[in-house]
Design a protein around this ligand. Sequence first.
Ligand code: HEC
Ligand code: HEC
Ligand code: HEC
Ligand code: HEC
Ligand code: HEC
Length: 213
Amino acid sequence: METHPTDSRAQITTMALLVTVISVAGCVQQPNVPGYSSPVTDPYASKRWSSPAFTTAHASFGDAAKHFLNVKPKPQQPIDFPHKIHTEDIGVYCQDCHTGVKTGPRAGIPSINICMSCHEDIGDPKDSRIQLLRDHAKRGEDMPWQRVYGFVEESHLRFNHSPHIRAGVDCATCHGDLTQMTVAERVVNHTMGFCIDCHKQKGASNDCLTCHY
Ligand code: HEC
Ligand code: HEC
Ligand code: HEC
Ligand code: HEC
Ligand code: HEC
């Protein structure tokens, strides 16, 4: 296993940051804060890269070490889904596919039925991606998309899209410009510093229990 000096440096920075935040904000546990007693059900839980922690889910010690060091594996998608074609070229809105984003915690990944509403007819039948899509649909199976963003279970984080969208925060602030991507890539690092800097700026809560449970 390799250890990267930057990893431990990052952890030290995090620790230092935490100490600062705790001493400045005087963080006290507030058990009476109405929390989400049970985290919202994640329909994609089984597809998250962060699924079960130190279990047989880690094929090797290397995987477990990567998980520990928070090195996120690059997702392996069944086909390259071209965001650019669908958003910039043909003008489908983000929210037409990620329908939950305005109303709830999760944006959601569209089911194959959404794809087939166009690709029943559209698309070169010789394109292997279109073939695979139609084959899955014929068998009544969904596409096994892997998660790009997400948190490890142990961080006990909750995130909610809808208040951010209502407050006018752009998708690109947290995900980069998907209209220029062929495949969704993790281009923004969702560290604690990233979240609390903006919360401080916009006057949103930086209470530990706003984000952690
Ligand atoms: C609103 C209609 C619409 C929806 C919904 C849609 N697509 Fe497309 N898609 C298109 C069009 C139009 C093209 C461009 C086709 C072309 O250039 O031949 C395209 C192109 C593609 C391509 C590239 C193939 C090529 O010929 O360049 C892939 C792969 C693809 N779509 C997959 C998907 C998947 C997966 C979904 C569901 C998540 C989806 N599409 C949903 C309309 C749609
Ligand atoms: C035609 C449907 C469609 C449209 C329109 C679309 N997406 Fe997606 N999006 C998908 C599919 C399918 C995936 C899963 C495949 C992947 O991750 O590459 C995905 C994945 C993502 C992911 C990664 C999610 C994760 O953590 O796994 C983000 C972020 C995202 N989309 C943001 C956007 C934004 C922002 C827009 C508008 C600019 C947009 N999408 C428009 C279908 C769509
Ligand atoms: C304030 C930051 C922020 C903004 C703004 C934001 N997202 Fe996200 N998004 C996240 C985080 C954090 C996650 C991972 C959440 C998790 O796994 O618990 C995520 C996950 C996703 C996912 C994966 C599936 C899911 O439901 O979690 C998709 C798709 C997605 N975002 C699309 C979008 C789209 C589309 C927009 C704009 C309309 C958007 N996001 C705006 C931070 C943001
Ligand atoms: C670019 C600015 C920005 C970033 C980045 C950001 N937030 Fe926020 N967040 C806001 C604003 C603004 C609000 C307050 C919205 C309101 O008052 O309705 C908010 C509210 C919240 C809430 C409260 C939701 C509720 O139900 O009231 C949570 C939880 C949250 N953010 C978590 C996160 C997490 C976790 C991250 C990092 C992954 C993050 N935010 C990143 C701007 C941001
Ligand atoms: C605005 C959202 C937000 C607030 C407020 C917040 N955190 Fe975090 N915290 C995060 C995010 C995001 C991470 C990074 C998780 C990751 O990398 O998977 C994190 C990581 C952590 C970690 C490291 C956990 C791990 O092992 O990955 C600790 C410890 C922590 N936070 C404690 C706190 C404490 C104590 C407070 C209150 C002073 C606090 N946080 C307030 C969002 C927040």
